[in-house]
Design a protein around this ligand. Structure first.
Ligand SMILES: COc1nc(N)nc2c1ncn2[C@H]1C[C@H](O)[C@@H](COP(=O)(O)OP(=O)(O)OP(=O)(O)O)O1
Length: 172
């Protein structure tokens, strides 16, 4: 029987259209560049978890988060499926800082370090970058270096946005 671990992954874009990536310093995905995120804790909504993880991992507070996609990762002989909710923000406050978990760096789109990221990233990232409806992806991994099955499709859902009024009012 499988169980689902619900996780978030947030991509931050600046006015120069760069993407903030984080080099994971410990734990799952150590040594890989990724967006910012982690487990949804009891009592949190998924966007609240995404906002919290973003602040914990790179210091930024999102003014809003737009849900751009959903990714399911299954690992052969592992009953735990990673259900990863992917968000984007382009409005935030605070200063980018290195944390215990992540070393952040802005990347121009053409310089995103796909060869130092999860194998699935070069597959779905271009869908994210081109915009449009939310995407859905499924990846079956054998270990962490082989993808046995993959599916990526567009859904009919438009991107949905959660605005964090408390952050906005703190700015006023
Ligand atoms: C191969 O599967 C994955 N690919 C990609 N590109 N990203 C993934 C995959 N599986 C999970 N992720 C994302 C989702 C999260 O943003 C992180 C994992 O978060 P982490 O393990 O750090 O989350 P927590 O369990 O909350 O960890 P801490 O309690 O240590 O913060 O990677």
């Amino acid at each position: 029987m499988t169980t689902r671990k619900v996780l978030t992954l947030t991509l931050v874009r600046n006015i120069a259209d760069e993407v903030l990536m984080g080099l994971k310093k410990r734990g799952f995905g150590e040594g890989k560049w990724n967006g910012f995120g982690g487990k949804v804790e009891p009592g949190e909504t998924i966007p609240q978890a995404a906002a919290r993880e973003l602040t914990e991992e790179c210091g930024l507070r999102a003014h809003y988060l737009t849900k751009v996609g959903l990714l399911d990762f299954e690992f052969l002989n592992d009953p735990v499926i990673h259900e990863v909710h992917v968000f984007e923000t382009r409005e935030y406050s605070g200063t980018v800082v290195e944390t215990e978990e992540m070393s952040p760096k802005w990347y121009k789109i053409e310089d995103i370090p796909f060869n130092e990221m999860w194998l699935d990233d070069p597959i779905w990232f271009p869908w994210y970058l081109k915009g449009g409806p939310q995407f859905y992806g499924y990846f079956l991994y054998k270990g962490f270096d082989t993808i046995l099955k993959q599916e990526l499709k567009s859904t009919d859902l438009p991107p949905t946005t959660t605005i964090f009024e408390s952050v906005k009012s703190q700015q006023a």
